[in-house]
Design a binder for this molecule. Structure first.
Ligand code: ADP
Length: 289
């Protein structure tokens, strides 16, 4: 099921759970922690006082009080110390332990901030990679809508050599191609699309099944997500999209084509690049944010 990176204030997010990058006292602090306590209200602090703090890498749950979210999972990220003090393991544990609590309560939607990447000084590119890799692994065995909230777009640093390459590709390919976004709204019948591809398409399971049974309209974004899930190369993906009624035209399409030319089909990674360029991400969550 789907994962999206979004640019907003986590206190406004209407997932069932939001995660707080807390400190060991659990009694509030600066950054996202302060924002969550302010928005949730004094009742949150009262509950937190009874929790007895929290160790680095561990997580504890409270109610959400005045927040749109029903629950808050408080986790304590590591302070960056140059990478020599098991910071990576601790940061992974923050995401894993939060997700384990979430799963044990059979919840379906959760939003994370970029834990440790503020006051605690964790390098942002590394923090993003850890967040995405743990979430990706978790979604292989559990269906949920998971969001990574990036408060300040400038924090979204991708330290990836493909980034410069993609930049020059976009400059070279910026010629406008005639647009066909009419969309026949139907998936062509000659592709063997199995419902189990919903995870690779980063798409809500029910929505995906409705799309392939032509009970739902297939928009261009979903058609591209399905093309990635089917691992269609650049030639076949353009055919597939054209059969769906779309042509590749705008900047997000050129980014899509760049990855299909490279036979690169990891939708989580592609979405990192789309987010970086401020383009819509591929896939569809059940919860609209
Ligand atoms: P830490 O102490 O774990 O580094 P911070 O709160 O200082 O925690 O920062 C963690 C991340 O949360 C940073 O990327 C920061 O920009 C972000 N952040 C701060 N306020 C908010 C907010 N209201 N919503 C979402 N993210 C936020």
């Amino acid at each position: 099921m789907p994962f999206k990176i979004i640019n907003t204030d986590i206190t406004k997010v209407n997932t069932e759970v939001i995660v707080n990058a807390a400190n060991r006292s659990l009694l509030g602090g600066g950054g996202v922690d302060g924002a969550i306590h302010n928005a949730a209200g004094y009742e949150l602090l009262k509950e937190c006082k009874n929790l007895g703090g929290c160790k680095t890498g561990e997580a504890k749950i409270t109610k959400g009080y005045n927040l749109p979210a029903e629950y808050i999972i408080h986790t304590v990220g590591p302070v960056w110390q140059g990478g020599f003090s098991d910071e990576e393991d601790y940061l992974k544990k923050c995401y894993e332990n939060s997700l384990n609590i979430f799963k044990s309560l059979k919840l379906k939607s959760i939003a994370f901030p970029l834990i440790s990447a503020g006051i605690y000084g964790y390098p942002k590119d590394k923090a993003i990679n850890i967040a995405v890799s743990v979430i990706k692994k978790f979604l292989e065995s559990y269906d949920a809508d998971i969001f990574l909230v990036i408060f300040d777009r400038n924090d979204f640093i991708l330290n990836n050599p493909l980034f410069n390459d993609l930049d020059s590709y976009l400059i070279k390919n910026s010629v406008k191609i005639p647009v066909n976004n009419s969309g026949v709204c139907k998936i062509p019948g000659n592709y063997n699309i199995n419902y189990s591809l919903y995870k690779k398409a980063n798409t809500d399971k029910k929505f995906f099944i409705d799309i392939i049974n032509n009970k739902e309209i297939c928009d261009k974004n979903t058609a591209k997500a399905i093309s990635i899930a089917l691992e269609l190369d650049v030639y076949n993906s353009e055919n597939f999209l054209s059969e769906c009624g779309f042509s590749l035209s705008d900047r997000s399409d050129i980014i899509f084509r760049y990855f299909t030319e490279k036979n690169f089909y990891d939708i989580f990674e592609i979405n990192k690049f789309l987010f970086k360029y401020g383009e819509p991400l591929l896939g569809t969550t059940a919860l609209k944010i």
